[in-house]
Design a protein around this ligand. Structure first.
Ligand SMILES: [Fe+2]
Ligand SMILES: [Fe+2]
Length: 351
């Protein structure tokens, strides 16, 4: 029988553990959490004032000096972390006329959604993608990419990356290319001509990479699909209206292994059902105006604004106008689904 008078108390016992870097599980907090929690908050970045500061940055630093002239959209709940949600990075990038943003590559995957300007390019793995407002451009992990603007007007786009996820997993590599611009090995927009028709696939290409071979999804085709669905009276999803996922034409799955992209139309006088999911999202307003209620907070959005939906936040979308509203969004769906962490649940409407 141990002598209780000589047994150390629990506190004294725990003190003896520190030098050994061990700790009792029964005292540890925040390890097995009952439901997803995040420091990220629902938040909207209005386009006007952000654009103004971006143009000011254009007077202060060149795209080449900055490597990328971007204003990062930092979620105010994330204590200064360069992230819009816990797993998604977003930023607005400006490339002025006759500038280049030099070639580099990294283990993070990226998407670009063009906000304004016309005719600048992103070059990806030897192919130049000529960008128009609303176009979605992919720069997948490890693809060499540079940006250039040979037009006379500024070009602004939304950057979306999986950086918080990649850095959280401690898997980030970054490498500048030894030349400013990469060697072009394909004709401009070649992948668009090869794959954009969807139902036809080039039989001579043996595509084995884990991302879409289609590097650019032009807005004119996307918008036509959304408006045709509206005209056809498609009801779509009760929680999202007419929501299409940009898909990999080979697999039908998401465009990148870590991020999915969506184009969405909210019909006039539409009020969605509410739901929540473990995935987080960044939305960009392409057309119209409306409201998204997230965890009871009403976010009023207008054209070109960007807003963040934290994971597991209850949300619903409202379009009270007589015109359709269109949203672009990117999410961390594929990463969470691949790991078996996707959960979704219906909720009561908040507004
Ligand atoms: Fe990059
Ligand atoms: Fe949702």
């Amino acid at each position: 029988m141990p002598d209780k008078t000589t047994q150390p108390s629990m506190d004294q016992f725990i003190e003896t553990l520190a030098p050994l870097h061990i700790y009792p599980l029964w005292k540890q907090e925040g390890l097995l959490i009952r439901r997803p929690t995040t420091e990220a908050v629902p938040y909207l970045w209005p386009y006007g004032p952000v654009r103004e500061r971006l143009m000011e940055a254009g007077r202060l630093i060149s795209a080449e000096e900055a490597e990328r002239r971007v204003l990062i959209l930092k979620n105010p709940g994330l204590n200064g972390k360069p992230a819009a949600t816990a797993r998604l990075y977003a930023g607005l990038q400006l490339v002025l006329p006759h500038e280049i943003a030099p070639a580099h590559y990294h283990s993070a995957s990226a998407i670009r959604f063009v906000v304004e300007g016309s005719g600048a390019f992103t070059a990806v793995d030897g192919e130049r993608l000529i960008m128009q407002p609303g176009d979605l451009v992919l720069t997948p992990a490890w693809s060499v990419h540079d940006h250039g603007n040979e037009t006379d007007t500024p070009m602004i786009w939304l950057d979306g990356l999986d950086l918080p996820l990649v850095n959280g997993l401690e898997c980030s590599f970054f490498q500048p290319l030894d030349t400013k611009a990469q060697k072009l090995t394909r004709s401009d927009d070649e992948s668009e001509r090869q794959y954009a028709y969807g139902q036809l696939r080039p039989s001579w290409v043996n595509w084995t990479k884990n991302y879409s071979p289609l590097a650019k999804y032009p807005w004119n085709a996307t918008e036509r699909i959304l408006l045709d669905a509206l005209k056809d009276g498609v009801a779509g999803s009760p929680t999202d209206g007419i929501l299409f996922e940009y898909s990999n034409p080979i697999t039908g799955g998401s465009v990148l292994p870590t991020m999915a992209c969506y184009a969405q139309l909210l019909p006039p006088k539409f009020h969605s059902d509410a739901h929540r999911h473990t995935t987080s999202a960044v939305y960009h307003v392409v057309r119209g105006s409306g409201t998204t209620i997230m965890d009871g907070q009403r976010i009023e959005w207008n054209e070109r604004d960007t807003f963040a939906l934290p994971g597991w936040a209850v949300h619903e979308h409202i379009n009270n106008a007589s015109e359709p509203a269109m949203l672009f969004s990117f999410t961390d769906d594929p990463a969470l689904k691949a790991l078996g962490f996707y959960q979704e649940q219906s909720e009561n409407k908040q507004g």
